[in-house]
Design a protein around this ligand. Structure first.
Ligand code: PGA
Length: 238
């Protein structure tokens, strides 16, 4: 199982270090067996810890160059970062990254061997149009992506469930995960209002290999609770 924390535009360099210290201590003293991955803001990037992978929430698809306001692979290399989030709904829908930019990012970082957490998921109006519409939408998001890439982890994150407190139902998750796994047999995380109270239920579903968590991961205590919940499920799922 992968329990990933997307800190988004929260935490400073100092508070991220404290966060990682607390989580690292927790993992070591509580026999956590699942994989912890934390995506801090760019200004707080730091090398991975022994038990925590640190990844980038975003970077430009270049090693360096004239891309004002962006960071590239050279800046990530400074911290030994080899994991990146691509296609998150906030980058697609708030920042305005289209399919072409997402693909260029994917190709660039795949080409240099990064582990890519690639997010897909439909907005509310598509969800309301039914399952076929949802899968048509997701298929478009992955159409130009090399789904056989070995370091690819997929994440299904319905846009209407992100940061809204509205989690997809188990039925929704099962149905979409099964369909995605048929197209791409990769590790597949669920994201969208995951919290300690629903983590065990979501993780126990077939086709769910972990969770990508925003809001409920921002306090280290909460993130540790997610790891604790996942421990119960991992043991019974193995
Ligand atoms: P949320 O965010 O847990 O706050 O819904 C999930 C995400 O954006 O990855």
């Amino acid at each position: 199982m992968i329990i990933a924390a997307n800190l988004k535009t929260n935490h400073t360099r100092r508070s991220t270090a404290e966060y990682l210290d607390k989580v690292e201590r927790y993992i070591e003293t509580n026999e956590i067996i699942d994989r912890a991955v934390v995506f801090p803001p760019s200004s707080a990037l730091t090398p991975s810890r022994r038990t925590i992978t640190v990844g980038a929430q975003n970077a430009y698809h270049a090693s360096n160059g004239s891309f004002t306001g962006e960071i590239g692979a050279d800046q990530l290399d400074e911290f030994g970062i080899k994991t990146i989030l691509i296609g998150h709904s906030e980058r697609r829908h708030i920042i305005g990254e289209g399919l072409d930019v997402v693909k260029r990012k994917f190709d660039f970082f795949a080409n240099i061997g990064y582990e890519i957490f690639f997010c897909v998921g439909e907005p509310l109006e598509i969800k309301e149009a039914g399952f076929d519409a949802v899968m048509t939408y997701i298929n478009k998001q992955i159409a130009d992506i090399n789904l056989t890439y070995e370091n690819l982890v997929l994440a299904y994150e319905p846009v209407w469930a992100i940061g809204t407190g509205k989690t997809a139902t188990s039925g929704d998750i099962l149905e979409v995960h099964k369909a995605i796994k048929n197209i791409a047999p990769k590790l597949l995380l669920y994201g969208g209002s995951v919290k300690p109270e629903n983590t065990a239920e979501i993780l126990s579903l077939e086709g769910v290999d972990g969770v990508l968590v925003g809001t409920a991961s921002w306090h280290s205590e909460n993130y540790c609770r997610l790891l604790e919940e996942s421990k119960k499920v991992s043991r019974s799922k193995v």
